[in-house]
Ligand binder design. Structure first.
Ligand SMILES: [Cu+2]
Length: 342
């Protein structure tokens, strides 16, 4: 099994180099643990009403935080039972009315060493486990696609930057709360939130007019920022959320394994309509996505641009001044200009 390859690995993430001990080994171990069972269960995708635990998610990476959460929850439960158990035994069995007399000693070195060392060990183990996960999560190298996500009060903008090594031109849109949810949420609308549905799924405040469409089985890099205040882009099924901060670009990646529609919300209190800027990610099989993208690119170029007037005196010198005379740049400019207009 791959777990044996526990080497110190160099990883680059947003210009920060992090050395992670055994990240791959850890990722492989988690992968092996969940392999086979999980990808195919759509019930693990979107959180359900009344669901207690996290969702396991549908991406290559999402099982890792799910697993870590369960481990940490298990540790907390065991500690809770032991500590509260000891407390209740002390309170009831050794109470004054039963004639208990308090001991006079106040320190026990052995006991103090033990109850300091054990938590330290637990914390180190948990930190080691989660650091490996965080490092692999932040490593966006080898991405096959880039999408820029920008948070605004109170909507999201998605710009498709590149796909499979090719730059994408002019595909980007604003994604905001769907009309039915928006009508229903208005004060005094008297519309029923339970009636807002897509199929059987109640999508009140969880649907948008234009979802972010992405392909499955593709390492997608998200670069995330904001135009006004801090937002946070969170789709539980992807396994992470990341802050969208004005003036900063955060990066994260995902690789969705199951086609489907995954819903999320802004997870940073960002103003009065914070609760009304949902996120919808629609993951399509690769062929369908390629089709969708081609349509979008065509549509982006379709609007009748200003008539081609190459003789106009102002643009011509400006463009020669901006790109002084390299044959290849001129050719590139010549190639792109009609493309954009046509
Ligand atoms: Cu927000």
């Amino acid at each position: 099994m791959q777990v044996a390859t526990t080497k110190v690995q160099d990883m680059t993430s947003g210009g920060i180099r992090i050395k992670a001990l055994g990240t791959r080994a850890w990722a492989a171990a988690v992968g092996a643990l969940w392999a086979g069972s999980a990808w195919v269960n759509p019930a693990w995708a979107n959180p359900q009403p009344g669901q207690l635990n996290m969702t396991k998610g549908v991406t290559e990476w999402s099982h890792e935080p799910y697993f870590l959460n369960n481990v940490a929850l298990g540790v907390c439960t065991v500690i809770g039972v032991l500590v509260f158990g000891a407390m209740f035994v002390a309170m009831f069995r050794f109470r004054k009315s039963r004639g208990a007399v308090a001991e006079k000693w106040s320190h026990n070195t052995m006991l103090e060493v033990v109850w300091t060392t054990i938590p330290v060990i637990i914390l180190i183990v948990l930190a080691w486990m989660s650091t490996g996960g965080l490092v692999s999560f932040a490593d966006t190298t080898g991405s096959q696609m880039t999408v820029k996500v920008t948070g605004y009060q109170w909507k999201w903008r998605y710009d498709y930057v590149n796909y499979q090594g090719k730059a994408i031109d002019g595909v980007g849109f604003v994604s905001k709360l769907d009309e039915q949810s928006n009508d229903t949420r208005q004060l005094g609308s008297e519309l029923d939130p339970d009636a807002v549905k897509v199929g059987d799924e109640n999508t009140y405040l969880l649907n948008v007019d234009k979802p972010l469409v992405v392909p499955v089985d593709t390492k997608i890099r998200f670069v995330i920022t904001a135009g006004d205040v801090i937002h946070s882009w969170w789709v539980p099924a992807l396994g992470w959320k990341i802050d969208a901060i004005p003036g900063m670009v955060n990066a994260a990646w995902t690789n969705i394994k199951v086609p489907g529609t995954y819903r999320g919300q802004c997870a940073e209190l960002c103003g009065q309509d914070h609760g009304f800027m949902p996120i919808v990610v629609k993951a399509l099989p690769k062929a369908e996505f390629a089709q969708w993208l081609a349509q979008q690119e065509a549509a982006g170029k379709a609007p009748p641009a200003t008539p081609a007037t190459p003789a106009s005196p102002t643009p011509a010198p400006a463009s020669t001044a901006a790109a002084p005379a390299s044959a290849s740049t001129t050719a590139a400019a010549a190639a792109t200009t009609p493309g954009k207009q046509g």
